[in-house]
Design a binder for this molecule. Structure first.
Ligand code: ADP
Length: 270
């Protein structure tokens, strides 16, 4: 029988840990872009993009105006097809992915339905439609809708028209729609533009609690202060990826100045 010294014991423990890591399969990515390049004309607006987002992450994409953030989001969602490289969603080519209920998309200003004279509850009920087809919502579906409204703190506004909501409330209504749809991935495009400062904080707290419950969050954000306070991982873009890693490392890196070409800081809006 051999007895290990403390040091050998530590080494042995490390070895067994690393072989455990080697054996365990990493989580399947929800989003995977490999060597993606895309241009609206012959000149690429994004290139050399390789990104992998796994379940449970909270990721923010930041970059100056015109850096390709919206284009990247459309490539991720399969609304655009890469000229080069590949993009997958839940393991399927993004452009042919058709299980829309797994993704909750909250557009900038959630403006698409600004003019629609429908109530918050009706918006949230839409989240159930992919699950019931053209059928009628069951009692269970209505319960899920109520629960989603409660989660985002909008129960009291359920019968109010979307047109009568503040920007922050409207965003909450659209998040509730995604929750009612039981989305695994929440994608938000500058969700707090035009939302007052106090509601912005509450909004990010809500995203954080949804993330704690296991929902993967991907957002494009212009407000660097907000993302560095909340997101766990930052992807800093300017045509190509300047930084991709933990938020704390981003704050300490020079990626921001390199990507923005200025002495930008994370204190304010960009
Ligand atoms: P961001 O979201 O970071 O502001 P975009 O992805 O919107 O950046 O734009 C990246 C580049 O692609 C910009 O130069 C923009 O002018 C160009 N672009 C965006 N959309 C289109 C389009 N539909 N047709 C042609 N060029 C576009």
């Amino acid at each position: 029988m051999s007895v290990l010294t403390d040091e050998e014991h530590d080494d042995a423990e490390l070895d067994s840990k690393s072989s455990e890591d080697a054996d365990s399969t990493p989580a399947d990515p929800l989003v995977e872009l490999s060597d993606v390049e895309f241009g609206y004309t012959a000149a690429p607006v994004v290139e050399d993009i390789s990104i992998r987002i796994t379940p449970g992450e909270y990721v923010a994409i930041v970059g100056p105006n015109g850096s390709g953030k919206s284009t990247l989001m459309k490539l991720i969602l399969g609304l655009l097809r890469p000229d080069e490289g590949s993009a997958t969603l839940f393991g399927e080519p993004s452009h042919s992915f058709d299980d829309g209920a797994r993704i909750g998309y909250v557009a900038q200003h959630a403006s698409a339905s600004k003019e629609m004279p429908i109530t918050v509850r009706e918006v949230v009920k839409m989240g159930r439609f992919p699950h019931v087809g053209f059928g009628i919502l069951s009692a269970e579906d209505h319960e899920i809708v109520d629960e989603a409204l409660a989660t985002v703190g909008m129960s009291d506004f359920a019968n109010r028209r979307v047109t009568q909501l503040s920007g922050g409330q409207r965003q909450r209504a659209f998040i509730a729609r995604a929750l009612a749809g039981e989305a695994d991935l929440l994608v938000l495009d500058e969700p707090t533009v035009g939302v007052d400062a106090e509601s912005v904080d509450a909004f990010y707290d809500l995203l954080e609690s949804l993330n704690d419950e296991g929902i993967t969050i991907l957002l494009i954000e212009h407000d660097l202060g907000a993302v560095t306070d909340h997101a766990e991982r930052i992807i800093c873009l300017n045509r190509e990826v300047y930084f991709d890693g933990p938020t704390d490392d981003f704050v300490e890196s020079d990626a921001l100045a390199r990507a923005f070409g200025t002495a930008a800081t994370v204190m304010g809006d960009i």
